[in-house]
Design a protein around this ligand. Structure first.
Ligand code: SF4
Length: 465
């Protein structure tokens, strides 16, 4: 990982949210930059040095309300649906629907709190687990009670293992939980955080996706119905269980209620993890990180499966999927300066993502390396086969056992669209930053493990450019 990311985004460290307490708006004056109104912080405690222990957590949030019986369960599920809570791991699936689907199964379920955070530039789940582990665990326990689970498995990034272990031990000693909580260190790798890969890791020690059948809500860990929910989603669930749907909807927009944790990086003064009310003006979101340090050309919104959004006129737009025309995904926002080549940056990300596939489906084994090669050729000013690239980007969608090829195709398409002028420049042999060092953080591509096709999964033959 590059130095850009190693500085500033550390659980509980520099770049942690600046809100001072749950309560009214605060003002931030960042080194003489314009003031930005800060919404109350719901998830993260005020001071990065305190607040992770059980006593502080209970002082801040109070205990969970009594939870027993079919009436409580029905009311709580209704509240989650009314709140409009959706997953914060990337897919944005409605939480109430997932809960109901698992709750409708006959067998005892298992709940997985997914804190794998395989997205290399994201830090929000680690920061949350380090700063507010009890809020996540409260949410996991509530989820378990809602779906009739007797066990919670918290799968956490290695950096967050220690605070979660401490929190679980505190809860055991205090006897606050109705279900057993087990902590598992997450596997490394981009696809290791995909829901079925997490289940496969816990159940079989293989952190690769297993496809959509059978559904995890029917048969997952130990052949039991399994609910996999991102840790930030569970933290929000814990607050909905305490305060209800109307409280939750008091922040955000009618269609996208609540707050989100955002990892802000790139050309901003103070890269870090910030809690942002959905609908806040983008300029205020950037101001949370001290503002842009130089003229920007685009924001990458949602993560490395995300969407490039042109920077022109973006400041006044609401930070929401509707406002940006881009899903907020895993909460990553990367600010790309005007001096950096968007095509070259995307080529690096596509190569990295191609190398991170599980190597078991045709679109990943054949399609992604071809697309990465095409982007690299384009970045180097040698690519003339735009028609083939378009065709490949269409061909891989919906044909993998998981959404990895679709995510890469989405990123690639967005780059071709938003950096269309640069595409034209490259095709005529000109680049604005021909020798620039990589700007966005990414891990070095792994050498591909080679085709490991499984019987029954589709294959797709693509020619290299
Ligand atoms: S689509 Fe790609 S990442 Fe997903 S399971 Fe298949 S090979 Fe692995």
């Amino acid at each position: 990982m590059t130095a850009t990311m190693s500085a500033g985004i550390v659980p509980g460290g520099v770049g942690a949210p600046r809100s001072e307490a749950a309560g009214g708006p605060r003002e931030l004056e960042a080194r003489g930059r314009p003031r930005a109104m800060l919404p109350p912080s719901r998830l993260l405690p005020a001071d990065s040095s305190t607040g992770a222990d059980l006593a502080s957590h209970l002082r801040r949030h109070g205990p969970l309300p009594p939870r027993r019986g079919a009436r409580w369960r029905a009311g709580a599920l209704e509240a989650v649906a009314d709140a409009g809570l959706v997953g914060r791991g990337g897919a944005g699936f409605p939480t109430a629907r997932k809960l109901r689907s698992v709750a409708s199964q006959r067998r005892r379920a298992v709940v997985v709190a997914n804190g794998t955070e395989g997205e290399p530039a994201s830090r929000k789940d680690r920061v949350l687990l380090a700063r507010a582990p009890h809020l996540v665990l409260d949410g996991a326990v509530v989820a378990a009670e809602l779906v009739g689970a007797s066990q919670v498995v918290a799968v956490v990034h290695p950096d967050a293992r220690s605070p979660v272990d401490v929190a679980v031990a505190e809860r055991r000693a205090a006897g606050v939980d109705t279900v057993a909580i087990r902590v598992v260190t997450a596997a490394a790798g981009f696809v290791a955080g995909e829901a079925s890969a997490v289940v496969n890791w816990v159940a079989n020690g293989r952190p690769v996706p297993v496809g959509k059948n059978p559904r995890m809500s029917e048969r997952g860990i130990g052949r039991r119905p399994t609910l996999v929910q991102n840790v930030e989603t569970l933290a929000h669930l814990a607050l909905v269980a305490r305060h209800g749907a109307a409280w939750y909807r008091a922040a955000g927009t009618p269609d996208e209620p609540g707050t989100v944790l955002v990892t802000l990086l790139g050309a901003v003064a103070e890269p870090g993890v910030y809690e942002v009310e959905v609908g806040t003006a983008v300029s205020d979101v950037l101001a949370r990180a001290g503002g842009a340090t130089e003229p920007l050309q685009a924001l990458l919104v949602g993560g490395y499966f995300g969407t490039w959004v042109p920077a022109a006129g973006i400041g006044a737009r609401p930070f929401s999927a509707a406002g940006l025309g881009a899903g907020l995904g895993a909460g990553l926002v990367a600010a790309l300066p005007a001096r950096v080549c968007g095509i070259a940056e995307t080529a690096r990300l596509v190569r990295y993502l191609a190398s991170e596939s599980a190597g078991q489906c045709g679109p990943c084994v054949f399609g992604l390396p071809a697309i990465a090669g095409a982007f690299e050729s384009l970045a180097a000013g040698r690519w003339a086969g735009a028609g083939r690239l378009d065709h490949w980007l269409e061909e891989i969608v919906g044909r993998g056992a998981c959404g990895h090829p679709d995510g890469v195709a989405h990123l690639a398409r967005s780059a071709l669209d938003v950096f269309a002028d640069e595409v034209a420049d490259h095709r005529s042999g000109w680049c604005r930053a021909p020798h620039a060092a990589p700007f966005l953080p990414h891990l070095e591509p792994r050498s591909h493990p080679g085709p490991r096709l499984r019987t029954g999964l589709q294959t797709l033959q693509l020619r290299q450019p």
